[in-house]
Design a protein around this ligand. Structure first.
Ligand code: EZ4
Ligand code: CO
Length: 410
């Protein structure tokens, strides 16, 4: 089944998305997500200029061979732009194969291992009353697990806080951290203030909502290993489901130190793009959850291998699901979530109404559980006419500086 056409669509229904549409000689269309927040046009060029010309004429059924051809054939391996581009191809080909088979994609991955996919939502607040309101709103919407992010007294807007707006942008901050602005906005960070304040927030949340509710927190790469160890230990009384990205893990060995000092479960990897990034972390059981997104880690084919490797060490999935994963990338993750045995939890930030209009989708969120639906293939398409009404707009994630102006991890 030959590929006769492949096109890249960049659209911005509230935020930017990069989508690959592959068409076969039989007229079957498959979709893949290549969105890389703040670097979208680099992936679009990689696909249009260097991948699409190689796809036309290939057999759409040869997914593994095409993956290896693009990965090894480029000579230059890995990296977020390359791996997002390869992911877009891989997911579009899985979509085509499942449509041709007449089955929802999860059936080709081994079938359902569960009836629904436990999701967690994002609650946040500038102070405790606002945070409690946000938690209650999420409980009312059905969420059974909740990520907690709080402002820090003395600091302005920081990562993950919903009610505030940053200069140059509008709207809820946790809904979409990238700001539509030609240059990144700047935030101020103070690690000591954060380490002091956060345990008091979790104590208040546990006192208000009791011991049962699974709570998560995202540190967003801001701490050194010893600071991360200290935070993990100080959060132990509040029984977190996970502490995410507690320290940048390019140096995988640094997690040994954190692990040695705390029993708070650890999740890492939303900025990783290869199984190699996880090798030490998984083999030495230094983490509990793999945070990769299908879109940023080369697609369904390598993610399946990554989760099977993680399963050997009782490490579970926690697929990244922010709004900068398009509904196409989201659906790819949901099919994997449903099929693999070592599923942990799925992040879920609903997209805007405009985004859902551009990407008609079969997946559902009901009573705290996601499901990819029973439509053959991925169950998500792209309405090209609707997409054309939302042209690309430059948007960037913020950057972080310490009080003395030093650049810091955001
Ligand atoms: O900041 O996806 O856990 N979720 C996150 C996200 C990331 C964005 C970056 O593009 O950390 O909100
Ligand atoms: Co994160």
């Amino acid at each position: 089944m030959r590929i006769v056409n492949a096109e890249v669509v960049v659209t911005s229904p509230g935020r930017n998305f990069v989508t690959l549409e592959i068409t076969t000689e039989d007229g079957v269309r498959g979709y893949g997500d290549g969105t890389l927040n703040g670097r979208e046009l680099a992936v679009a060029s990689y696909l249009t200029d260097h991948v699409v010309p190689l796809l036309v004429g290939r057999d759409a059924h040869q997914i593994e061979d095409t993956w290896q051809y693009l990965h090894r054939g480029a000579y230059w391996r890995r990296g977020p732009v390359t791996m997002a581009a390869i992911a877009a191809v891989d997911v579009a080909l899985w979509d085509i194969k499942a449509q041709v088979a007449g089955l929802p994609l999860y059936q080709l991955l081994g079938g359902a291992s569960r009836t629904g996919i436990r999701a967690y939502g994002h609650a946040s607040g500038r102070d405790l009353p606002e945070l409690f309101d946000s938690i209650r709103a999420h409980l009312d919407e059905g969420y059974k697990s909740i990520r907690i992010q709080s402002a820090v007294p003395g600091l302005g807007t920081i990562y993950g806080i919903g009610a505030g707006t940053t200069t140059g942008g509008t709207g809820r901050y946790d809904y979409e951290p990238a700001r539509r602005h030609p240059v990144p906005t700047e935030e101020v960070w103070d690690t000591r203030a954060y380490l002091r304040h956060l345990p008091t927030v979790f104590e208040a949340v546990r006192n208000e909502f009791g011991p049962e509710l699974p709570l998560l927190h995202d540190v967003h790469h801001r701490l050194t290993p010893i600071q991360a160890a200290k935070l993990g230990r100080s959060l132990e009384p509040y029984d977190l489901f996970w502490m995410e990205d507690c320290t940048p893990a390019e140096n995988q060995e640094s997690l040994r130190l954190v692990r040695h000092h705390t029993t708070t479960p650890l999740a890492i990897g939303e900025v990783f793009n290869s199984v190699v990034d996880y090798q030490t972390l998984i083999r030495e059981q230094l983490i509990d959850y793999v945070r990769s997104a299908v879109t940023h880690t080369g697609g369904i084919s390598p993610m399946r291998k990554l989760f099977d490797y993680a399963a050997l060490y009782q490490v579970k999935s926690g697929i990244h699901g922010p709004t900068d994963i398009s509904p196409v990338g989201m659906a790819a993750g949901l099919h994997l979530d449903l099929a693999i045995h070592n599923f942990g939890i799925q992040e879920f930030m609903p997209h805007s109404a405009e985004t859902y209009q551009v990407f008609p989708h079969a997946y559902t969120f009901t009573d705290g559980y996601l499901h990819p639906g029973e439509t053959p293939g991925l169950g998500v398409t792209l309405d090209r006419e609707a997409a054309a009404a939302f042209p690309y707009e430059p948007a960037y994630l913020p950057v972080n500086r310490l009080r003395d102006g030093t650049m810091h991890d955001w």
